[in-house]
Design a protein around this ligand. Structure first.
Ligand SMILES: [Ca+2]
Length: 225
Protein backbone atom coordinates (compact mmCIF):
# COMPACT_ATOMS: atom_id res chain seq x y z
CA UNK A 1 0.00 0.00 0.00
CA UNK A 2 1.55 3.26 -1.08
CA UNK A 3 1.94 6.10 1.38
CA UNK A 4 -0.63 8.82 0.67
CA UNK A 5 0.78 12.21 -0.22
CA UNK A 6 -0.10 15.27 1.87
CA UNK A 7 -2.33 16.50 -0.95
CA UNK A 8 -4.25 13.22 -0.94
CA UNK A 9 -4.59 13.32 2.84
CA UNK A 10 -6.01 16.84 2.77
CA UNK A 11 -8.40 15.80 0.05
CA UNK A 12 -9.49 12.76 2.03
CA UNK A 13 -9.91 14.77 5.20
CA UNK A 14 -12.02 17.37 3.44
CA UNK A 15 -14.09 14.59 1.84
CA UNK A 16 -14.78 13.05 5.25
CA UNK A 17 -15.82 16.37 6.75
CA UNK A 18 -18.07 17.11 3.78
CA UNK A 19 -19.61 13.65 4.12
CA UNK A 20 -20.34 14.21 7.80
CA UNK A 21 -21.85 17.64 7.13
CA UNK A 22 -24.00 16.23 4.33
CA UNK A 23 -25.25 13.53 6.68
CA UNK A 24 -26.12 16.13 9.30
CA UNK A 25 -28.12 18.01 6.68
CA UNK A 26 -29.96 14.78 5.83
CA UNK A 27 -30.87 14.32 9.52
CA UNK A 28 -31.90 17.98 9.95
CA UNK A 29 -35.39 17.80 8.35
CA UNK A 30 -36.55 15.32 11.04
CA UNK A 31 -35.82 17.97 13.67
CA UNK A 32 -37.93 20.75 12.17
CA UNK A 33 -41.06 21.78 14.11
CA UNK A 34 -44.42 20.29 13.28
CA UNK A 35 -47.72 19.81 15.12
CA UNK A 36 -48.53 16.31 16.25
CA UNK A 37 -51.81 15.07 17.68
CA UNK A 38 -51.47 14.13 21.37
CA UNK A 39 -55.06 12.99 21.92
CA UNK A 40 -58.12 12.69 19.65
CA UNK A 41 -61.75 11.92 20.48
CA UNK A 42 -63.94 11.14 17.44
CA UNK A 43 -66.92 9.84 19.52
CA UNK A 44 -67.68 7.29 16.77
CA UNK A 45 -67.93 4.45 19.27
CA UNK A 46 -70.49 6.21 21.52
CA UNK A 47 -68.21 6.68 24.50
CA UNK A 48 -65.80 9.17 26.09
CA UNK A 49 -62.72 6.94 25.74
CA UNK A 50 -59.88 8.57 23.79
CA UNK A 51 -59.72 7.21 20.23
CA UNK A 52 -56.11 8.10 19.30
CA UNK A 53 -53.25 8.95 21.63
CA UNK A 54 -53.62 9.24 25.39
CA UNK A 55 -55.94 11.24 27.65
CA UNK A 56 -59.14 11.08 29.66
CA UNK A 57 -62.43 12.90 29.18
CA UNK A 58 -64.95 13.21 32.01
CA UNK A 59 -68.14 15.24 32.34
CA UNK A 60 -70.28 16.65 35.12
CA UNK A 61 -73.42 16.47 32.91
CA UNK A 62 -76.19 14.38 34.44
CA UNK A 63 -76.47 12.53 31.12
CA UNK A 64 -74.88 12.66 27.69
CA UNK A 65 -75.80 11.31 24.27
CA UNK A 66 -74.40 10.85 20.81
CA UNK A 67 -75.76 12.09 17.46
CA UNK A 68 -74.62 12.36 13.84
CA UNK A 69 -71.04 13.65 13.56
CA UNK A 70 -68.89 15.37 10.95
CA UNK A 71 -65.56 15.15 9.19
CA UNK A 72 -64.79 18.78 10.11
CA UNK A 73 -61.50 18.70 12.04
CA UNK A 74 -61.34 14.90 11.57
CA UNK A 75 -57.82 13.47 11.79
CA UNK A 76 -56.12 10.28 10.66
CA UNK A 77 -58.93 9.54 8.20
CA UNK A 78 -61.63 9.33 10.88
CA UNK A 79 -65.16 9.10 9.34
CA UNK A 80 -67.96 11.44 10.49
CA UNK A 81 -69.69 8.76 12.54
CA UNK A 82 -71.12 10.17 15.74
CA UNK A 83 -70.58 13.30 17.83
CA UNK A 84 -70.93 13.98 21.55
CA UNK A 85 -74.42 15.46 22.06
CA UNK A 86 -74.97 17.67 25.12
CA UNK A 87 -78.47 18.81 26.00
CA UNK A 88 -80.80 20.36 28.56
CA UNK A 89 -80.83 23.70 30.32
CA UNK A 90 -80.59 21.85 33.63
CA UNK A 91 -76.97 21.25 32.68
CA UNK A 92 -76.11 24.96 32.47
CA UNK A 93 -72.84 25.38 34.35
CA UNK A 94 -71.72 21.77 33.79
CA UNK A 95 -68.55 20.89 31.91
CA UNK A 96 -66.47 18.39 30.01
CA UNK A 97 -62.87 18.09 31.19
CA UNK A 98 -59.90 16.65 29.32
CA UNK A 99 -56.78 15.54 31.14
CA UNK A 100 -53.95 15.20 28.63
CA UNK A 101 -50.25 15.02 29.47
CA UNK A 102 -48.27 17.36 27.21
CA UNK A 103 -44.90 15.91 28.22
CA UNK A 104 -42.64 16.19 25.16
CA UNK A 105 -44.75 18.92 23.53
CA UNK A 106 -44.98 22.72 23.37
CA UNK A 107 -47.31 25.13 21.49
CA UNK A 108 -50.40 23.27 22.65
CA UNK A 109 -53.63 23.71 20.70
CA UNK A 110 -57.14 22.38 21.33
CA UNK A 111 -59.68 22.27 18.51
CA UNK A 112 -63.03 20.66 17.72
CA UNK A 113 -66.02 20.81 15.42
CA UNK A 114 -69.24 21.99 17.04
CA UNK A 115 -72.81 22.97 16.34
CA UNK A 116 -75.71 24.03 18.53
CA UNK A 117 -79.49 24.44 18.25
CA UNK A 118 -81.23 27.73 18.96
CA UNK A 119 -82.06 26.86 22.57
CA UNK A 120 -78.82 24.99 23.24
CA UNK A 121 -75.75 26.16 25.16
CA UNK A 122 -74.70 29.43 23.52
CA UNK A 123 -72.14 30.82 25.98
CA UNK A 124 -69.44 28.22 26.45
CA UNK A 125 -66.23 29.05 28.27
CA UNK A 126 -62.98 27.29 27.41
CA UNK A 127 -60.52 26.88 30.29
CA UNK A 128 -57.10 25.35 30.88
CA UNK A 129 -55.32 24.06 33.97
CA UNK A 130 -51.61 23.69 34.73
CA UNK A 131 -52.19 21.35 37.68
CA UNK A 132 -55.45 19.59 36.79
CA UNK A 133 -57.14 21.29 39.74
CA UNK A 134 -57.36 25.06 39.17
CA UNK A 135 -58.93 26.09 35.86
CA UNK A 136 -58.40 29.47 34.18
CA UNK A 137 -60.65 31.06 31.55
CA UNK A 138 -59.06 31.30 28.11
CA UNK A 139 -60.66 33.57 25.52
CA UNK A 140 -64.25 34.76 25.43
CA UNK A 141 -67.23 32.41 25.65
CA UNK A 142 -68.11 30.97 22.25
CA UNK A 143 -71.53 30.48 20.68
CA UNK A 144 -71.56 27.39 18.42
CA UNK A 145 -72.83 27.80 14.83
CA UNK A 146 -76.14 26.14 13.94
CA UNK A 147 -74.34 23.58 11.76
CA UNK A 148 -70.90 21.98 11.75
CA UNK A 149 -68.95 24.39 9.59
CA UNK A 150 -65.88 23.94 7.51
CA UNK A 151 -63.81 25.63 10.22
CA UNK A 152 -63.40 24.14 13.70
CA UNK A 153 -63.26 26.11 16.94
CA UNK A 154 -59.55 26.48 17.74
CA UNK A 155 -57.89 27.52 21.00
CA UNK A 156 -54.21 28.29 20.41
CA UNK A 157 -52.56 27.95 23.82
CA UNK A 158 -48.98 28.46 22.61
CA UNK A 159 -48.74 31.64 24.75
CA UNK A 160 -49.40 29.59 27.91
CA UNK A 161 -45.88 28.23 28.37
CA UNK A 162 -46.90 26.48 31.61
CA UNK A 163 -48.84 24.04 29.41
CA UNK A 164 -45.61 22.95 27.71
CA UNK A 165 -44.20 19.59 28.76
CA UNK A 166 -46.78 19.33 31.56
CA UNK A 167 -47.97 15.95 32.85
CA UNK A 168 -50.87 17.62 34.70
CA UNK A 169 -52.25 19.69 31.80
CA UNK A 170 -56.03 19.76 31.56
CA UNK A 171 -58.69 21.54 29.50
CA UNK A 172 -62.34 22.24 30.20
CA UNK A 173 -65.41 23.62 28.48
CA UNK A 174 -68.11 25.04 30.79
CA UNK A 175 -71.52 25.11 29.07
CA UNK A 176 -74.08 27.83 29.70
CA UNK A 177 -76.98 29.63 28.04
CA UNK A 178 -79.29 26.71 27.19
CA UNK A 179 -82.95 27.73 27.42
CA UNK A 180 -84.82 24.46 26.91
CA UNK A 181 -84.62 20.78 27.78
CA UNK A 182 -84.13 19.89 24.13
CA UNK A 183 -81.50 22.51 23.25
CA UNK A 184 -78.38 20.74 22.00
CA UNK A 185 -74.66 21.17 21.46
CA UNK A 186 -72.67 18.65 19.48
CA UNK A 187 -68.90 18.31 19.66
CA UNK A 188 -66.84 16.12 17.35
CA UNK A 189 -63.19 15.49 16.50
CA UNK A 190 -61.86 16.96 19.71
CA UNK A 191 -58.09 17.26 19.23
CA UNK A 192 -55.23 18.20 21.56
CA UNK A 193 -52.01 18.73 19.61
CA UNK A 194 -48.58 20.28 20.03
CA UNK A 195 -45.07 20.61 18.69
CA UNK A 196 -42.67 17.85 19.77
CA UNK A 197 -39.87 19.33 21.91
CA UNK A 198 -37.77 16.22 22.43
CA UNK A 199 -34.80 15.71 20.11
CA UNK A 200 -35.75 12.96 17.67
CA UNK A 201 -33.47 9.92 17.57
CA UNK A 202 -31.76 9.85 14.15
CA UNK A 203 -32.60 6.86 12.00
CA UNK A 204 -30.06 4.00 12.12
CA UNK A 205 -29.10 4.61 8.47
CA UNK A 206 -28.37 8.27 9.25
CA UNK A 207 -26.25 7.32 12.27
CA UNK A 208 -24.31 4.86 10.11
CA UNK A 209 -23.67 7.50 7.43
CA UNK A 210 -22.60 10.05 10.06
CA UNK A 211 -20.31 7.50 11.65
CA UNK A 212 -18.72 6.60 8.33
CA UNK A 213 -18.07 10.26 7.61
CA UNK A 214 -16.45 10.85 11.00
CA UNK A 215 -14.39 7.64 10.82
CA UNK A 216 -13.16 8.67 7.40
CA UNK A 217 -12.10 12.07 8.74
CA UNK A 218 -10.35 10.63 11.80
CA UNK A 219 -8.60 7.94 9.77
CA UNK A 220 -7.25 10.45 7.28
CA UNK A 221 -6.02 12.77 10.04
CA UNK A 222 -4.24 9.87 11.83
CA UNK A 223 -2.45 8.95 8.61
CA UNK A 224 -1.13 12.52 8.37
CA UNK A 225 0.75 12.21 11.67
CA1 LIG B 1 -67.25 11.55 14.88
Amino acid sequence: MSTPTKANLNHGSRFGLAFALLTLLLIWPSQTARADEIAIWNFNDSNLIVDHGAGTLVTSFTSIGFAAGTTTNARLGDPAGLALNLTNQTNNGQNITLSVSTVGFSNVMVSFATQGSGTGFNSNQFQYSLDGVTFVNFGAPYDPPLAFGSSPVVFDLSSITGLNNNASAAFRIVFNGASSATGTNRIDNLVVEGTPVTTPIPEPASILLLGLGLISTIAMRRQRH
